[in-house]
Design a protein around this ligand. Structure first.
Ligand code: DX5
Ligand code: ZN
Length: 230
């Protein structure tokens, strides 16, 4: 199993965002998780395509755009043009889920659905062929720094079973990402439940002293060590 760590820049120092992106990748992260909130679908307002475009030259790592916006479709091509690699959205926020997945893929990005704690996984059943990733939320979306909701572990197991059955039938891989409250002390349990891609915001960007360019090395090494024990 290959594990990917995707630090959420929501918890980074926004005054130095380009440096933060470069540092966290240099410290061993795999992806950049980019949280887009619209003060409508979720009660917070963050960053959009302009910021994605601004950080794109700071790294060659994939940018994983998590859209917490409603409606979804209008903004998809803007993120594709801004250099996003993966775009995920919440099924409740789109009137036509199959169409939105197609739009993301036609824009040249990988596509995924995001499941809130109370959202049933069966939304994915009829669109598996258009999914590159499934994202299980382990907090209610809107803010960094919340506590991991334990019920997400059963949900991950259920999602893993659906994905494995699909892969056995078709040979096609779908990634399983988890987002919210992931830390050094729970990442192993989350991986055992079936996740292969881990968003971590406050756990990564809260680590170390602001003046040390290597400050993310040790927390990323600790996350990897916990995963190595699986
Ligand atoms: C929550 C966001 C998450 C969040 C993760 O709505 O989607 O990506 O920033 O932050 P932590 O790891 O601090 O829970
Ligand atoms: Zn997120």
């Amino acid at each position: 199993m290959t594990f990917r760590i995707a630090p959420s820049i929501l918890s980074a120092n926004f005054a130095k965002l380009g440096e933060e992106v470069a540092n966290v990748i240099a410290s061993g992260a795999d992806w950049i998780h980019f949280d887009v909130m619209d003060n409508h679908y979720v009660p917070n307002l963050t960053i959009g395509p302009l910021v994605c475009e601004a950080i794109r030259p700071c790294t060659t790592a994939p940018i994983d755009v998590h859209l917490m916006v409603k409606p979804v479709d209008r903004i998809v091509p803007d993120f594709a043009k801004a250099g996003a690699n993966i775009i995920t959205f919440h099924p409740e926020a789109s009137e036509h889920i199959d169409r939105t997945l197609g739009l993301i893929r036609d824009s040249g990005c990988q596509a995924g659905l995001v499941f809130n704690p109370a959202t049933p996984l069966n939304w994915m059943d009829h669109v598996m062929d258009k999914l590159d990733m499934v994202l299980v939320m382990s907090v209610n979306p809107g803010f960094g720094g919340q506590s991991f909701i334990p019920g997400a572990l059963d949900k991950l197991r259920e999602a893993r079973a659906k994905i494995d059955a699909y892969t056995a039938r078709t040979g096609r891989q779908i990634l399983l990402e988890v987002d919210g409250g992931v830390k050094v002390d729970n990442i192993a349990a989350v991986a055992r439940a079936g996740a292969d891609t881990f968003v971590a915001g406050s756990a990564v960007f809260g680590a170390g002293k602001d003046t040390d360019p290597q400050r993310y090395n040790s927390v990323l090494a600790d996350l990897r060590t916990a995963l190595a024990g699986i």
